[in-house]
Write a protein that binds this ligand. Structure first.
Ligand code: MN
Length: 145
């Protein structure tokens, strides 16, 4: 199955969207960790390590952009891909979203196929990056005595 138990931290304050996305991802083999706000997401990250984060942009209190900035500024979490969930995915908006630290975005209303594709693409890229870094570590002699 696509997800094979990989953990998705889903940050969403809209109940309907939360239920919908959770349903789709659970059915496809992902494990969901729910957070209703940016603050909750940060609290979750102190305890669990998700493979990917889906971040709604409009959240109560701290918005998704701020939460993403905080997550990406943390050395322990910066490698976790973050996809924005956004209704405002107009032409040209994608660049703006990517400049704000997101690794990609999924437009609302959520289309199942697009959501699953965006997640698997991001996880794939992440795995390749990780493998490349590990290979580099193996082949580069350590400078420490
Ligand atoms: Mn929202």
């Amino acid at each position: 199955m696509q997800g094979s138990g990989q953990k998705v931290l889903l940050v969403e304050d809209n109940h309907m969207n939360m239920v919908l996305v959770k349903e789709i991802l659970t059915m496809n083999g992902y494990e969901i960790i729910e957070a209703g706000s940016g603050t909750e997401a940060l609290t979750s990250l102190a305890a669990v390590r998700p493979d990917i984060i889906l971040m709604d942009l409009h959240l109560p209190g701290m918005d998704g952009i701020t939460a993403t900035r905080i997550i990406k500024s943390d050395e322990r979490n910066k490698a976790i891909p973050i996809l924005a969930l956004t209704a405002s995915a107009m032409r040209g908006e994608e660049d703006k979203i990517l400049r704000q630290g997101f690794d990609g975005y999924v437009a609302k209303p959520i289309e199942i196929k697009r959501l699953l594709e965006a997640i698997s693409t991001s996880l794939h890229t992440q795995r390749q990056l990780k493998a490349a870094l590990e290979k580099e570590k193996e082949t580069t002699p350590s400078s420490t005595p």
